[in-house]
Ligand binder design. Structure first.
Ligand SMILES: Nc1ncnc2c1ncn2[C@@H]1O[C@H](COP(=O)(O)OP(=O)(O)O)[C@@H](O)[C@H]1O
Ligand SMILES: [Mg+2]
Length: 390
């Protein structure tokens, strides 16, 4: 039987992107019933035609499914009555006022943490190319290099010579590279001394600084995080600091990667981070004359996705263009968008947008305005909700 407390924690990680608070806090969860491994979550929406209905439902399912011993999740949707709605608006206002936001990342920003059990599987290459693809699909995107020592993002996006600067408010401004907002230790470290200073810093503290002291734009639809290899402190810190974070797990086709993968799954469970899907990288090599070689074996991605109960988002072939693009600051999705590897990565980005749709910005005030009207309120909720986002 799944733990009720674990289910509640999972539900607290479902954020209503318009109100910027979690659905438990907002009183939108009307009840949870557990029957064996099957969990039914009652969710009360503010208005029947809530534009976020699909998103909230699918977030609830993904979050609760990540709880140990949960086999299946159903959602029973109801609509709030007048009294419940006004209670919700009061809570939302309280939240907005309290909004000593622990990080600078807006609750409306979808966070995709690209992880793997070990290094060298292509996390950094995929993080950068996925971030650029999401930007090419019309979204404002940030890219955080959380691989504090093994940073490689600056070189991949051709920003190796740039340095982060602090604004008048002492917040760090991300470097703009190829149209995305980039932050990495590689954009700070100037010399041995600074490097040594950073070395004294706990890794999870470094991540915390990147989330608290960087002026991430409130307009970011996606923040892609290139995670360090393994399943240590930094992963746990991420789930604590950014409860909206979800994992994309990268693996090679090698079957022996199972043990490594099990560790990622275990960490995901402990930290209540849902896994969006698996990307198999370095899946086979096709020569110009069409001969195909499964250099690193086959089936690892499919098997891992099955084990984790998530979908295989795509299989990216071995491609020298990924190596070359990573060395000279011309990532493959920009330099060769028609290369087979780039096409797969772009398709994965599209799928991620389907699975984790960006918060519908323009319906926000519209929905709040409707609520205001229904409640006959005088105070401006719009301004306060804007404050949570900023
Ligand atoms: N699909 C691929 N085809 C060819 N080389 C790749 C591919 N993906 C990554 N690489 C190369 O493999 C090396 C490791 O990739 P990287 O993205 O740095 O992995 P990680 O961040 O997991 O350590 C880099 O030299 C990169 O260019
Ligand atoms: Mg890396």
């Amino acid at each position: 039987m799944p733990e009720p407390a674990a289910i509640e924690t999972a539900l607290r990680n479902v954020i209503d992107p318009e109100l910027g608070a979690d659905i438990v806090d907002l009183g939108m969860v009307t009840g949870v019933s557990v029957d064996g491994g099957v969990v039914d979550v009652g969710v009360a929406l503010t208005v029947a035609s809530c534009p976020l209905r699909g998103q909230i439902e699918s977030d609830v399912v993904r979050r609760v499914r990540a709880v140990p011993d949960v086999a299946d999740v159903t959602v029973t949707v109801t609509v709030m009555d007048q009294e419940q709605r006004s209670a919700l608006m009061n809570r939302a206002r309280l939240r907005a006022r309290e909004s000593a936001d622990p990080t600078m990342v807006a609750p409306t920003t979808r966070v995709i943490a690209v992880s793997s059990g070990k290094g060298g599987v292509g996390k950094s290459s995929l993080s950068a190319n996925l971030a650029l693809s999401l930007a090419d699909l019309g979204h404002r995107v940030g890219l955080l290099d959380a691989d504090i020592w093994g940073f490689s993002i600056p070189r991949i996006v051709g920003a190796g010579a740039e340095r982060l600067s602090a604004g008048p408010d002492r917040k760090i401004t991300p470097v703009s590279a190829l149209g995305i907002d980039v932050v990495s230790t590689g954009l700070i470290v100037e010399d041995e001394d600074t490097a040594l200073m950073w070395r004294g810093l706990m890794l999870s503290k470094a991540l915390e600084q990147f989330l608290r002291d960087v002026a991430w734009s409130p307009a970011l639809s996606y923040l892609v995080i290139d995670m360090p290899p393994g399943t240590g402190d930094i992963q746990m810190a991420l789930s604590r600091l950014l409860p909206q974070a979800e994992l994309v797990v990268v693996t090679t086709p090698q079957k022996a990667a199972q043990k490594v993968a099990a560790r990622v799954a275990d960490m995901a469970r402990r930290s209540h981070m849902p896994i969006v899907g698996v990307v198999e990288n370095m899946s086979g090599f096709t020569t110009e004359d069409g001969s195909h070689y499964d250099v690193f074996g086959t089936g690892g991605g499919t098997e891992l996705a099955e084990d984790l109960g998530v979908e295989l988002l795509g299989r990216v072939p071995l491609d020298p263009l990924i190596v070359a693009g990573g060395d000279d600051g011309h990532p493959v999705v920009r330099a060769h968008p028609n290369a087979p590897s780039a096409e797969v990565i772009i398709a994965i980005a599209r799928r991620l947008v389907e699975l984790m749709p960006p918060a519908p910005d323009d319906t926000c005030t519209a929905r709040l305005a409707v609520l205001e009207e229904m409640l006959g309120e005088q105070t401006s909720v719009h301004r306060q909700s804007g404050a949570t986002r900023g």
